[in-house]
Design a protein around this ligand. Structure first.
Ligand code: TLP
Length: 346
């Protein structure tokens, strides 16, 4: 059976060009700074994001953790959204390992946090309070339906940050999706960020890795923090070689994933018992809800799975997620919609 796996874009497997590049990669020991392929990837990442330097890390989670450890000391506070990946899905790593305190404010449906609410959350200098240090934004915003944050919004948050001498970190796991959705480049979306991490191993289809980007000084400190969390890798050029192909060949095609997500959303919206607004789909993530009483999200996901379509049910409720990516074609979406119709009818 042909499986249409819409659980995540993290499922993408390396392309033939990536495998060839990995096999041929020139490598060295990166802890000595001697892996030429890795050094090249870091230079490319810095260039693409408009930052002075970049650091290869094993995952998006590690990029966000190392960034927080670098911007903040023990007892410092970060301000982040209640739907953010850092808050929701990263085991509270910054608190567990760095003694960093999270201050949660609500995410709006489009993934933003109201700049006025951010400002209100910033602590005055008082012995009772932690020190506010860092604002964390997410672009695109995963739990807010893959919505992209534009450069104007970034600027409005940066104005608040500068007024109070706070830094901004962007969890840009899918920043190339954001750039594709907004028809802009990553540089302009990153211009107001002090640091930005992005993933090679989601829509860009590389097997492993993320890049943390920022000033030369920030990245030098981040390199120490990567080492302390066990992230100093040796002949990582094998992985970087795939990452270089990802940056060279895979960013321009992301709009295909977005078109497929929109097609999926439009089809799902027509199915009785499912609810979503296709107009809100801006990138490759589609959240939808079951409106019927007699079926839960787990049950629907199990029914779909039997017919070769995989989606993720979110907890025990009525919400599910589908994500389009490199291995999903427009025909797959047509076929997946037919399966959805069959399973929801039966
Ligand atoms: N997201 C995964 C799951 O963890 C939910 C997914 O399937 O979407 N930031 C954002 C915005 C992410 O969506 C993710 C992964 C990460 C960071 C973490 O990346 P990894 O998995 O590389 O640690």
């Amino acid at each position: 059976m042909h499986i249409i796996d819409l659980r995540s874009d993290t499922l993408t497997r390396p392309t033939p060009a990536m495998r060839a590049a990995m096999a041929a990669a020139e490598v060295g020991d990166d802890v000595f700074g001697e892996d030429p392929t890795l050094n090249r990837l870091e230079e490319m990442a810095a260039e693409r994001t408009g930052k002075e330097a970049a650091l290869f890390v094993s995952s998006g989670t590690m990029g966000n953790l190392v960034s927080q450890l670098t911007h903040c000391g023990r007892g410092d506070e970060t301000i982040l959204g209640d739907q953010s990946h850092v808050f929701y899905y990263e085991q509270g790593g910054a608190s567990a390992l760095g003694g960093i305190h999270p201050r949660i404010i609500p995410n709006l449906p489009d993934g933003k946090m109201d700049p006025a609410e951010i400002e209100t959350a910033i602590r005055p200098d008082d012995v009772h309070f932690p020190r506010s240090r860092l604002i964390i934004l997410e672009n695109t915003h995963n739990r807010c339906g893959g919505s992209p944050l534009n450069a104007d919004y970034m600027q409005s948050v940066a104005q608040v940050a500068r007024r109070y001498n706070l830094k901004i970190h962007v969890d840009g796991a899918r920043i190339f999706n954001a750039a594709a959705a907004l028809q802009t480049d990553v540089r302009s979306l990153a211009a107001d960020a002090d640091s930005l991490s992005f993933c090679l191993s989601k829509g860009l289809a590389a097997p492993v890795g993320s890049l943390l980007c920022g000033s030369r000084d920030f990245i030098q400190k981040a390199r120490r923090n990567r080492k302390i969390v066990g992230g100093g890798m040796r002949q990582a050029g094998i992985l970087a070689a795939a990452g270089i192909v990802a940056l060279e060949e895979m960013t321009e095609r992301l709009c295909e994933d977005h078109d497929n997500a929109r097609k999926l959303a439009e089809g799902l919206a027509e199915i009785r018992g499912l609810s979503l607004n296709p107009e809100s789909i801006r990138s490759n993530i589609v959240f939808f809800d079951l409106t019927r009483e007699d079926m839960g999200a787990q049950e629907l996901a199990q029914g779909l799975e039997k017919s070769g379509v995989r989606v993720i049910p979110l907890g025990p409720g009525k919400r599910l997620r589908a994500v389009t990516h490199y291995h999903i074609t427009s025909e797959d979406i047509t076929q997946a919609l037919a399966v959805f119709r069959k399973v929801t009818a039966g």
